[in-house]
Design a protein around this ligand. Sequence first.
Ligand SMILES: NC(=O)c1ccc[n+]([C@@H]2O[C@H](COP(=O)([O-])OP(=O)(O)OC[C@H]3O[C@@H](n4cnc5c(N)ncnc54)[C@H](O)[C@@H]3O)[C@@H](O)[C@H]2O)c1
Length: 367
Amino acid sequence: MSAVRIGLIGAGAIGRAHLVGAAAAPGVDIVGIADPSPAAHDLAHEFSIPWFPDHQALLDRQDIGGAIVATPNALHVPIAMDLIARGKAVLIEKPIADSIEEGLTLARAADDANVPLLVGHHRRHNPIVRQARRLVKEGKLGRLVSASVLATFLKHDAYFNEAWRRSKAAGPVLINLIHEIDVLRFVCGEIESIQALTSNAVRGFDVEDTAVVLLRLKGGTLATITLSDTAAAPWSWDLTSAENPAFPTSSAESHFLCGTDASIALPTLRMWRYPGERGWHHAMESETVPVARANPYIEQMRHFAAVIRGDETPLIDGFDATKTLQATLAVRESAESGVCVTLTDRVSPQSSDRSTPNALGFSGGSS
Ligand SMILES: NC(=O)c1ccc[n+]([C@@H]2O[C@H](COP(=O)([O-])OP(=O)(O)OC[C@H]3O[C@@H](n4cnc5c(N)ncnc54)[C@H](O)[C@@H]3O)[C@@H](O)[C@H]2O)c1
């Protein structure tokens, strides 16, 4: 099997992670980096990969099956549209777009052109997250009652030296919470409504530093997310899952899923149940559900190559990712308006062919 030829557009922090992932993924060859910055030029030199000042030059000069779009958010949609127009498969970083309308426009363009569009919600490729989803879907917890998510961590002061990070365009809701929303949808089911409070009391910037979110999921499961980037706390996926070597890892847990038969904490996959008689006067026992750990960025790259070859369909396509965006934007909307936001189902494909199984063997979507 010959390697799939892929371009990288945008070679900043996450672009580098994609390069490392591609080097470790089987059957993947990064054949060009498009990014105007001098740092990206140096990076291309370091990895001995041809460098191009922009994506059109890369497309003109290299024969590729697809490309990764890892640019600032505002460029996601225009660059991905150019790729789709040339029939190139796309792995686009999250968020898919800045607005629901743009996300839908892109999703429809990919659908109409029959070009695969995969969105970089990489946690879906983590075996721990997949195992949790499997346990929930197979009813191993009984009926899912609640999910409690903690995303509490401390961003260093220098992080806020750049003005945009203190503005409403950034902040932990748009940058970090979107991952929690996507994992909740993927593992626990679709979100029906959202109520949220945000606060900027600690840093006093325009953008929030802390948020609490209440969510009602389909089927009646209730969920909460506590989010803060100003908390000296280890309870977050990034600081516990060992997913990203940029962060130290602690043995703490961050996600707690409670069912009528059993409950489980992530990322440890420690599952609690009653060995005999049930009820709060009896002791519970715990065991760790085994899982073969894997780097989700490498898994995502392997999947993208399979998508380009036509062996798999995107684990999260443009419509699915726009639903995650819709729920994330609803958090800000609810915090600003004070009302509970009900998510409408305007985010759905007009038509889609999902006959090819995706990486999990499910038929697509998160429901
Ligand atoms: N999935 C994840 O875990 C994850 C983590 C971090 C960031 N992200 C997402 O990845 C994207 C990039 O984030 P980042 O932290 O790497 O940002 P970054 O600022 O470190 O890198 C962005 C890069 O894009 C380049 N760029 C700017 N304009 C360009 C253009 N017209 N063509 C090509 N390249 C261009 C910049 O020079 C820079 O090198 C964002 O959308 C972000 O939300 C995802």
